[in-house]
Design a binder for this molecule. Sequence first.
Ligand code: C2E
Ligand code: CA
Ligand code: CA
Length: 801
Amino acid sequence: MKLLQRLHLALIPTIGVITVGAGAVLYHWQLDELKLLERSKWIANVEAALKATRFEIKGIEALGYEISGSTQFLRHIQDTGVLSSRNFLESHINYVLSRDHSRQESNTAIYVLDEMFTMTAASSKSNPFSARSLPDDLYQHVFDSHVKVSLREPFDLSGNIYQSLTGEVRYSSTGAYDPTLLPDDKYAITRPDRSLLVVDGSLIEINALFSEASQYPYISLEFSNGVLEDKIGANIVVKELGSEFIDGNIMRIAGAGLIVELNILDSHYTTIKKELALDVFGYLFLVMFVLLMVIHLIIRRRILYPIDALLSEIHKGGLELRYFKRAKGTDEVSVLKNAYIDSLSKVKFEAEFDGLTRLANRRSFIHFVEQRIASYSTKTTYIVAWDIIDFRRINDLYGARIADQVLKNLAREIELLVSQYQESKGSVNSDYSVCRYGSNTFCVLLEASDENKVKLQIVNSEKALKRAGLLEVLPINLELAMAIFPLCRGEQSHLWQKGLEEALNKAKQIKNQRSLVLFDDQLLDDLSRIDDIERVLMTCTQTHGFELCYMPIIDAKSFEIASLEALVRCPVLQEKGIGPDEFIPVAEKANIIGDIDRWVIENALRDLQKMKRDCDYTGSISINISALELYNNEFIEQICNLCRKYGVKHHRVILEVTETSYVRSTQDTVAIISGLRELGFKVSLDDFGTGYASINQLLLYPVDELKIDKSFVDRISEQASEERMLKSIIALGHNCQAKVVGEGVETANQFRYLTEIGCDYLQGYFFSKPLGYLELCKFYKVGPYDVLSVKVTNLKIADRP
Ligand code: C2E
Ligand code: CA
Ligand code: CA
C-alpha cells in the first residue's frame, strides 16, 4: 500500500472522530447560546413591559388623584343626589379621559360610589355595579374597600391588578374620600361615610406583550398578582423588578405588582436543532476536509515529492554510482539518499573489487577489457599476467595468513609498477586496469607502442615484484610465471582470456629460464586446436560420437585377466591424431567431462553385461573418472542407478582417479570416495607417483589400488634409483592394504622385473593394445597365458587354478 493511502487510512477515521466529537460539543454550546439568546430576548420584553406597567399604574392612580382633587368631584360627593353636580362631574371625568388618547384606547372607566355602595357617577351611563357586569375580581376589590370604609378601618387607597372577562389585564385603583376633610387628615381615613372613587384601566404594555406572545406557539406566558410568600410565610407585594428560574425552563419575572412566568417550550427547538446540526456538522466537515487536503498537499510536496524524486533517481541510476550526487541537506530524504550512495559504493566495491588485495576482481576486469575491445580503444594495449608458481605449496607450508600477506604485497608492487609506468607515459590508469584475476594470478592493462617495450618493462620489474615474498618474519623466494597478451592485435583480441591462460600455463612449464611467454602465432594455433577439440566434443556428447576400447589388466601371478580398463575414443578426433590424453583435459576445462564420464560408465557397464553372454567374462571393469566427479554430489546415485540398470555388482567396478588432476581434498571429496567404497566400489589411484602430493593423498583417501605411472616402468633397468622407487611404491601400497598395478609394460624385461618385486597386476602393450569389443572377446577366449608363453621363456605360473 502506498504511503499516502496509508496516511489517508489513518487520517480519515481520526479526523472523522475529531469532527464528530468537536461537532457534538459545538452543537450543544451553540444550542445553549441560542436558548439563552431567545430567553434573554423574552425576558427583556417582559421586563420592559413590567417597567411600562409601573408607569401605567401610576398614570391610572394619577387619574384618580386628579379627579378626586377636582371641585366637581368634591361638590358631587358633598351631595350625591344633586343631578347637576353629578353631570358636572361626569362631563369633567369624560373631559379628563378624552384628554389622554391612551386612556380612551385602554378603555378606562371611572366610578364613584357612596357610603351605601351605590354608584353615584361614572364615565359610562350604565351601572355595572347594579348589573354586576364587572369582573369578580374588580367587584370584590371595590366591595372590600367599601367594607373597610364601613367598618371604619383605616383605608386610603388600594390598587388591584386583575384579568377581565375578555382576558385583558387591568388595574383598578380605589380611593375613599370625605367631602369635608382633607385627605391627609388622620380622622379622614376612618370616616364611615366616605365616597369611593374607582379608576379602572387596561395595562396596555402587558396586554400587548401577551398578544405578541400568543403569536408564538412555543412561548407560554402566565401572569399573576404580585403577591409572593416570603421565607417566613408573610405576603409581600412585588414592586422591584427581578427575575429567577423556578424550574428548568420556567423563568419568573416580577415587578410592578405583577409576576410573569415565562416558558419557552422545547418544541421551539426541534427544527432549530436540525438546522443547527446540519450547519455545525456541515461547516465542520468542510473545515476538516480542507484541513485534510492541506495535510495531504503538505505531505505530498514536502515528503512524497522528494521521496518520489529519489526513487526515480534510483530507478534511472540503478547501480551506477556515477549517476548519483551526494545530497547536502540534513533532512531524512537526503540522509536516505546518502546512505543509499554509501551502500551502493560498498556493494559496488564488494562486487567489483577483491576484498584481500583491494584490486579490481576478475569479473570487473573482464568487463573493463571487453568494453575497451568494443570501443576499439586497444591499439596500443597489452595485458600482462603474473602467476605465483606453486602458490599452493606456500599455502600448505606457511599457512593462509602468510600466503595472504604475500598476495597483498605482490598486489601493491604490481600497482606501484603500473602507476609508475603510466606516470612516465603521462597517463592515468583506471581502477579497473589492475586486477586479481585468479587466486594467485594478477593482470594489468598496459599501454605501449610495441611488445618489446612491454617485455622490457616486465623483465626490469621482475626483481621488484619478487620483493613481495620478502616478509619480515620469513623471506620466501617467489617464482613468477609471466605472460603477455597483445590486445592491440585486433583479430585475436576476443581470445584474450584463453590466450592469457594458455600463455601462463606455458610459462609455468618453463624450467631454468625466465618464465615469460608472449602470446604469439604458435600459441594462437594451439588455442585454435583446443577450440576445435572443444567444438567436436560438444557435438559428440550430443550425438554419442564416442567409442570404447578395452585394455586387459593381468594378474601377475595367475596370468588371468583380472580387469579390463575401459578407454574412450573419439573417432572424429582420432582421425586428426587427437587421443584422450589430449581431449580429456580439454573436456575437463570446458566442463563437459561429466557427460563423457556418464557415457563411458553406461557403455562400459552395458558391455560388461554383454561379455558374460559373449565370452563368459566375469572379472572386473576399470573405469577412468575425472577427479571433478568427486565434487559431484549426485555421482554416487548416478553410478548406483547404472549398475542396477545393467545388473552389475558394485565390487566388479574399479574407479580410476588420476591424482594429478586432483583438486584440493575437501570433506566432500573424502566423503564421496569413502561413500563409494562403503557401497562396494573399488577406487584406484591412477598415474601414481607423478604428483608431489601422492603420499598425502594416499593417507587422505584410503584406496583399493595404486597404478604406478608408466614413466617409472619406462625407466626400469636405466637407473638403480628408479628401481628402488618402484619397490618403495609397491611396499607403500601393500602397507596401505592396496593392490599395485604396473602400467605401460612393453618389454619382457619390465614384465619380469615387476613380477619379481611383487607387483600384483600388470598392464601394457606387452600383453595387449587397447582392443575393440569383438577383439577383446577373442583375446579373452585365447587367454593371456598363451600369448605370454610365446613371448616369455620359462614362464612360471604361481597360482594357476
Ligand atoms: P590412463 O588412464 O593412464 O590410461 C592408460 C593410457 O596409457 C591409455 O592411453 C593406454 O592406451 C596407454 N597405455 C597403456 N599401456 C601402454 C603401453 O604399454 N605403452 C603405451 N605407449 N601406452 C600404453 P589412452 O587410451 O590414450 O588414454 C590416455 C588417458 O586418457 C588415460 O590415461 C586417461 O587419463 C584418459 N582417459 C582415457 N579414457 C578415459 C575415459 O573413459 N574417461 C576419462 N575420464 N579419462 C579417460
Ligand atoms: Ca587409467
Ligand atoms: Ca595411467
